[in-house]
Design a protein around this ligand. Structure first.
Ligand SMILES: Cc1cc2nc3c(=O)[nH]c(=O)nc-3n(C[C@H](O)[C@H](O)[C@H](O)COP(=O)(O)OP(=O)(O)OC[C@H]3O[C@@H](n4cnc5c(N)ncnc54)[C@H](O)[C@@H]3O)c2cc1C
Length: 385
């Protein structure tokens, strides 16, 4: 039986960043994951895009997305220093384009909505779009330049996080948690599959879309997260040919599509959004649809080599906002349900979770805001019979 201040269950981007921040705050930390630095996080495109991810009715999510995007430069600097690795953070901006006149009307309205929050969103006509991106399809009608929406190479970031976590002294066990141990309405620790137990003062549940499936959580408290399947492609072209400098997004016949250039010939193109349970099969139809729509924005992708097709499972929540903070069970903290913005929300989530672990009085408004808006209590967990 071993003891730590904090046990983190799940080593995707959220669990790793939380373990790192907790360790830097002076806590002893053990992280459990059969395959850390993989999960959905390894599939993600890595867009850090509060402006282009703005959806009607999600204004509070926007506040958190902006706050977390602002933390990225210092988060990246800290990680690169702690790991000795580059994480591929690129201030590339995002161009959201309209393919036909109907899409243009939608984007003009979206641009006004973005600007009503004071966001950096500039309307460009067709010619200006093509002067930003000369390889754009000629029929593009215009678009929004969101110059503050950037990207990170999620795979480099995950590898750096894992290295930083280990360098900082977190104990990483390549095993799943089999069961949460609860006694007298308090978390005691975790049981492993070999029946060993790990005791801890607190447990952070950061198991992505699997967070609701862990044994031992009283059913009234189980986080209501579900898998939302996303299929995504990785393409590669010559490193010396730059078809794109910005991230390119668009809506084609009602389906959103994006192309994220890594700056070295690689591009990430996605993605579907499907309610299919824990299915991670990749399908011919999805590959066809994504490529068909992406070609409408950038015909040149025909020239690129298709090097990977993957499906990841976004941890979806009932209201599309994460569940971050005290679970309602003493000692158990949730860090899950980040759905389509988990990479973006990582730095802010890690600070918010650690402020729960250390019971710090919080003076930072963005952390207080996240803990209030993302409180698991909003799901009435504690009130379920
Ligand atoms: C196609 C696609 C594109 C995306 N693009 C973006 C993007 O551009 N920008 C953005 O911000 N977000 C994006 N997302 C969303 C983002 O990927 C997720 O929100 C984020 O990765 C969630 O991270 P996580 O750490 O919670 O989950 P995960 O990365 O899934 O990690 C959960 C971990 O928990 C582990 N685990 C499960 N059960 C147990 C157990 N019992 N014991 C121990 N460990 C366990 C798993 O092995 C896994 O490693 C995208 C998602 C998809 C699918």
């Amino acid at each position: 039986m071993t003891h730590a201040d904090t046990l983190v269950v799940g080593g995707g981007i959220i669990g790793l960043a939380t373990a790192f921040r907790a360790r830097v705050s002076g806590l002893s930390v053990t992280l459990l994951d059969p395959s850390p630095a993989q999960g959905t996080s390894r599939v993600a495109a890595g867009m850090l895009a509060p402006v282009s991810e703005l959806h009607y009715g999600e204004e509070r999510l926007l506040e958190m997305n902006i706050a977390s995007a602002q933390l990225y430069p210092s988060f990246v600097a800290e990680l690169e220093d702690a790991s000795g690795r580059n994480v591929g953070y690129r201030r590339c901006g995002t161009l959201i384009v309209a393919v036909d006149p109907g899409d243009k009307d939608i984007l003009v309205e979206l641009c006004d909505y973005q600007r009503s929050f004071g966001l950096e969103a500039t309307w460009l006509d067709s010619r200006d779009c093509r002067s930003e991106e000369p390889f754009l399809a000629p029929r593009i009608q215009g678009g929004i330049l969101a110059s503050s929406d950037h990207q990170v190479d999620t795979r480099k970031l995950l590898d750096a996080l894992l290295a930083a976590v280990i360098n900082a002294g977190v104990r990483v066990l390549h095993e799943p948690a089999a069961e949460l141990l609860v006694q007298h309405d308090r978390i005691e620790g975790v049981r492993l599959e070999n029946d060993d137990t790990l005791r801890a003062a607190s447990v952070v549940l950061a198991a992505g879309c699997w967070s609701g499936t862990l044994a031992g959580i009283p059913s009234r408290l189980a986080p209501p997260v579900r898998p939302v399947k996303g299929q995504i492609l990785r393409l590669r072209g010559p490193a010396d040919t730059t078809y794109l400098t910005h991230t390119l997004r668009g809506v084609v016949n009602g389906s959103p599509v994006y192309i994220v250039p890594r700056g070295d010939g690689r591009m990430v193109v996605g993605a579907t959004s499907e309610e299919r349970g824990f299915d991670t099969a990749v399908t011919a139809g999805a590959v066809h649809d994504i490529l068909r729509d992406a070609r409408q924005l950038l015909p040149q992708i025909n020239e690129l080599e298709l090097i990977e097709v993957k499906a990841g499972l976004r941890p979806g929540s009932p209201d599309n906002a994460p569940l971050v903070g005290d679970s309602g069970l003493d000692g158990l903290v949730f860090a899950t349900g980040h759905q389509r913005n988990g990479i973006l929300l990582t730095p802010l989530t890690a600070y918010a979770v650690v402020s729960c672990l250390t019971s710090e009085t919080q003076s930072d408004a963005s952390i207080t805001n996240m803990l209030e808006y993302c409180s698991p209590a909003r799901m009435n967990l504690a009130m379920k019979p």
